[in-house]
Design a protein around this ligand. Structure first.
Ligand SMILES: [Zn+2]
Length: 355
């Protein structure tokens, strides 16, 4: 069950923008949530937050969930006062068109919209063509040119994010910007809270990693710094329960079906088997997800850190990845947190993981 304070924490994470490289505000929320039960909380030089329970325990288990999100970086302000941007992380340019955004300035957030030439005026060769990023701009409503924009506090190097928050939908489903991967950061914090009460033999580190969307950069550094024996990343995965998703191309996964457990080269098979065994023993519904190579998640960076780390990946099924309306099931998130806590509680130094 998700407690009221855990629900407030999730909503706060979703409603606080933190694109890659600008994770500070959400790192602060993560620290606040774990402070009452973690034995120690530190923040590394990149900004990843590392909270630990039972730091002297063995083995050392790292749970990672990234707190960054995709967004935009302003790189040029025209004399007319329009802000041109590059994308932070992987975007579908057709989704960017027509969105409301917030530009994060040193004077606070400023609302704007993504502008584009109207359909009526497109040249014949422009119709039906992919949207080019340089044909889009952020319009803050200025009429006084660049001077007005600078006066409002905007600078080259400011970030922007979609101006949408947390929307409860039918049942236990919620929509939001950056469910990828606030839900992962939330589950590792919540798993840490739950495992504390289970008196684990292992040292359990819950890490809110930064810069995942631009190359798993936070996980690279924190996997080295924490020096774990075992790492389990939590991220989101493609639900295939909506039109256009082809189950023949990706595994079959649905929201509300429980945690998706990775099988494949990026997961130590004995650890994956343990995760499945624990799910079955504790009556937690789960789904299996197969991927043949390194995944695009923190699990990839963790597995090949140092001399190699025993790695697993547990995912929350999600619809509409990398759009402002990502949907997840809260029940899935609750089950992921419970599964992680139970897996950590099951692990002792007498377990053997060598393939
Ligand atoms: Zn992502």
């Amino acid at each position: 069950m998700i407690s009221d304070s855990a629900r407030v924490f999730l909503q706060r994470l979703i409603e606080t923008p933190s694109p890659s490289g600008f994770e500070g505000p959400n790192a602060a929320h993560f620290r606040d949530y774990v402070a009452p039960f973690a034995d120690q909380v530190t923040t590394d030089p990149l900004g990843s937050v590392i909270a630990v329970v039972n730091p002297e325990g063995s083995p050392r288990i790292l749970l990672s969930g990234h707190i960054d999100e995709i967004g935009f970086l302003i790189h040029y302000i025209s004399d007319e006062g329009y802000c041109y941007f590059r994308t932070i992380g992987g975007h579908d340019n057709s989704v960017i068109v027509g969105q409301r955004v917030l530009v994060h300035t040193r004077k606070g957030p400023l609302p704007g919209v993504i502008g584009k030439k109207p359909i009526h005026l497109l040249e014949p060769d422009e119709k039906g063509k992919a949207v080019e990023l340089h044909d889009l701009w952020i319009d803050l409503g200025a009429t006084g040119g660049k001077e007005e924009i600078l006066e409002a506090g905007v600078r080259v190097g400011d970030s922007a994010t979609y101006a949408v928050g947390y929307t409860p939908l039918l049942g236990d489903r919620v929509a939001g910007r950056a469910m990828d991967n606030r839900i992962g950061a939330w589950t590792v914090a919540e798993a840490l809270r739950r495992v504390k009460a289970m008196n684990p033999r292992a040292a359990v580190f819950a890490v809110a990693t930064v810069q995942e969307e631009i190359g798993l950069r936070g996980a690279h550094a924190s996997a080295y710094g924490v020096n774990p024996d075992i790492g389990i990343a939590v991220d989101v995965t493609f639900a295939t329960d909506y039109p256009s998703m082809d189950k023949r191309k990706v595994s079959e996964t649905k929201i509300g079906g429980g945690p998706a457990i990775l099988l494949g080269a990026n997961a130590n098979r004995k650890l994956a088997d343990r995760i499945v065994e624990v799910a079955e023993a504790k009556g937690i519904s789960y789904q299996l997800y197969a991927h043949p190579s390194g995944t695009g998640t923190d699990a990839n960076a963790i597995q090949i850190a140092r001399a190699g780390i025993v790695t697993g990946l547990v995912e929350v099924p999600l619809r509409y990845m990398h759009t402002p309306c990502e949907i997840i099931s809260l029940d899935d998130a609750d089950k992921v947190a419970e599964l992680l806590a139970q897996v950590c509680a099951s692990i002792s130094s007498s377990d053997h993981w060598t393939p």
